[in-house]
Design a protein. Structure first.
Length: 254
């Protein structure tokens, strides 16, 4: 799955134009990206009658064009692999935020991992399911600021810990660091769970769009109890702003 991301390329030839681009790929003339789709094959079932198709060809996984002059919200509507994510954002009331100027950086969850998560949370209830847990999870995928891969790596390089924390809309901090051995950027929460990236850094008019490989739940540090000492985290985190350095210490209870 991660290898598919390597095969995908950005065409950055003509981003200077302010005109909206059409809904079809124009190689070499626009800033465009073809987003992969892998979830369609799960809908294939062998035919039970002679009239029904019995070939995976009947259930293709077409790539979806994403354009740099569109908002993240528009792109989420157009990407097949993020259909469930877009629907879930609308269900919990977060989708409209991504229609604003921002900028925002979104670490979107593909169909498969989100379906598995919703099945556990819904416990048999039909989708869409709006719960506080789901809203918290989706808010954890959205960060204020325009965090391209280069911007992330530059911020990480300035930290002795080789990691930075990004304040998300859920309120929990999302840690970004290079993966040992590969150097690829990965996401992690306060419990140490890791989420790898699938598609990295698609420019958007109001931010940057990423695809992740799995679901990463937010973890909130416990509130310090009265009379307990606190320590400053070794990781600098970045708060509101367009990717600017807004470093603040994280309180950790002992």
């Amino acid at each position: 799955m991660a290898g598919a991301a390597v095969m995908v390329a950005l065409s950055l030839g003509g981003c200077q134009s302010t005109a909206r681009q059409d809904a079809y790929a124009q190689v070499g003339s626009v800033c465009s990206f073809m987003a992969p789709t892998v979830s369609g094959t799960r809908n294939y079932t062998p035919r039970t009658t002679k009239e029904a198709p019995d070939s995976a060809v009947a259930y293709p996984d077409p790539e979806t064009p994403v354009y740099c002059d569109r908002t993240i919200a528009e792109s989420l509507r157009s990407v097949i692999e993020l259909a469930n994510y877009a629907r879930a954002l609308q269900t919990v009331g977060l989708f409209s935020i991504l229609q604003r100027n921002g900028p925002f950086t979104v670490f979107a969850i593909p169909n498969g991992p989100l379906q598995q998560y919703e099945a556990r949370v819904a416990r048999g209830a039909p989708p869409p399911v709006s719960t506080p847990d789901l809203k918290s999870l989706l808010g954890y995928t959205i960060v204020r600021g325009r965090w391209s891969p280069d911007a992330l790596r530059k911020a990480i390089a300035r930290q002795p810990t080789h990691a930075i924390g990004l304040q998300t809309l859920s309120g929990a901090v999302l840690t970004v660091s290079p993966e040992p051995g590969t150097g690829k950027l990965v996401l992690s929460n306060a419990a140490g769970a890791v989420n790898k990236l699938w598609v990295t850094g698609v420019p958007q008019s109001n931010g940057v769009l990423y695809f992740t490989q799995s679901v990463l739940p937010p973890v909130f540090p416990p509130a310090p109890q009265p009379g307990t000492a606190t320590a400053t985290s070794a990781i600098t985190y970045y708060g509101k702003g367009a990717g600017a350095v807004v470093a603040k210490p994280l309180a950790v209870s002992h």
